[in-house]
Design a binder for this molecule. Sequence first.
Ligand code: PFF
Length: 501
Amino acid sequence: MRVRIFKLTERNNFAILLDITALVRKAHHSRDSGGESITLEFLLGTQMTDIKKSIHGEWSSRFAFILAATGSAVGLGNIWKFPYIAGENGGGAFVLVYLLCVLLIGIPIMMAETMLGRRSRQNPIDTMITLADEAGADKNWHYLGWMGVIAGFLILSYYSVIAGWASAYTVKAFFGSFSGADATEIKSLFDGFVGSPLQLMFWHSLFMLATMLIVARGVNTGLEKAVRFLMPSLFVLLILLVGYAMTTGDYYDQGIAFLFSPDFSKLTGEGVLIAMGHAFFTLSLGMGAIMIYGSYLPKDVSIAKTVYLIAGTDTVVALLAGIAIFPIVFASGLEPAVGPGLIFQTLPIAFGNMTGGWFFGVLFFVMLVFAALSSSISLIEPAVAWLVEKKDMSRKQACIWSGAVTWLLGLATVFSFNAWSNVKVFDRTLFQLLDYLTANLMLPIGGFCIAVFAGWIMTQQHTTHEMDMPDALSYKVWRFVIRYVSPTAVFLVFLNVIGVL
Ligand code: PFF
């Protein structure tokens, strides 16, 4: 009699401990050429995920996950980035492509990414190792996890600098710097600010420190508490700003028309790539952030319903930001294509001139900083979880290491707005390069691989069980989209950009 244990790899130690009961359940008899044997099938199988929990803890409820994932999704991407890239890419047609990408690529991949995390309950790197092992697939899938962790560092490095701008603008709003100012004054205030490496460095450091402090406190205490009250407040403020924008003369004529009447002659292949990249960026997809949050998701929560809610909220926030900003842009005679400074050159005009502007200005930038914080913590969490799981570090040590690396990388962005503004790689400043590399290449490639993995590598039995859709049809639709539609769409956009189409 022999005992065989399958798929027992050193890397799976953690999973083995948790799944030992399932191991016993799975023991069954089999015959092979040598006679009777007992085969202990160690499959990280259907039942096992039901009893598995992440060593980092679990969200206290579905609501907590929704808040955290929405916190990750809603951030600078919606309020700072979406308006300025829509402005640079001609508005309406760009917005339409972005919305299509959210629907056909973003939402299905968000479901897949959450599902992968919940099934493995580990950091993204080990998630890929475990699930590839389970599916009998190639080990190389773990590079997907690595790419995600690296993308997280790179994104956070510039994210933190821009969040630093928002922090600085909170203080400027508080001291009345916008009061009564016109577009030219607000612009020179902005130019003076980003022209100073010391100021940018100071605010970048402060923001990184805040991120590290929150992440060090862990999933339940740190992350969950931080996002609980931020999201609703931001939402209310945006509505208020839309209200203000409606009072400007250019609300419908130019503001709304710019965002919602598509002119396809203004859309380039590059613009389509940017719109798709932004769908990944804004939903925090393709790099393991949603995967790691999924790994803390309780078993009985419906992934599909939750994802619709998160993606819907994220999209509404971005559109509201656009609706608030563009009327002010046109009413103040500004160009929609001024770039990353767009909200910092427009909203202060509104705050400086509306009744109660001082109060709303301070509040708005405070909210923006908090929205950025609830995203930045998710950018660093995959790396921190990996360091804790694999390198035996405490959360605190892991935060210090990853925070220090990100801070250092962030200096490239700090200087790209001043001292190194002439340094160009592929015709881009270092900030533009980092943004392009991560949002337009790494995230879509990561998302493409996640779709292929969930659609083609994992068994249908496992995905059915894990997705736990309300009905068979919803599952079929999702599986079709994740196998065919999403990967093909990403692929076509890439082909288009390199000029093959
Ligand atoms: N979704 C965030 C935003 O829109 O600001 C940015 C982001 C967070 C991107 C987490 C990627 C990520 F993994």
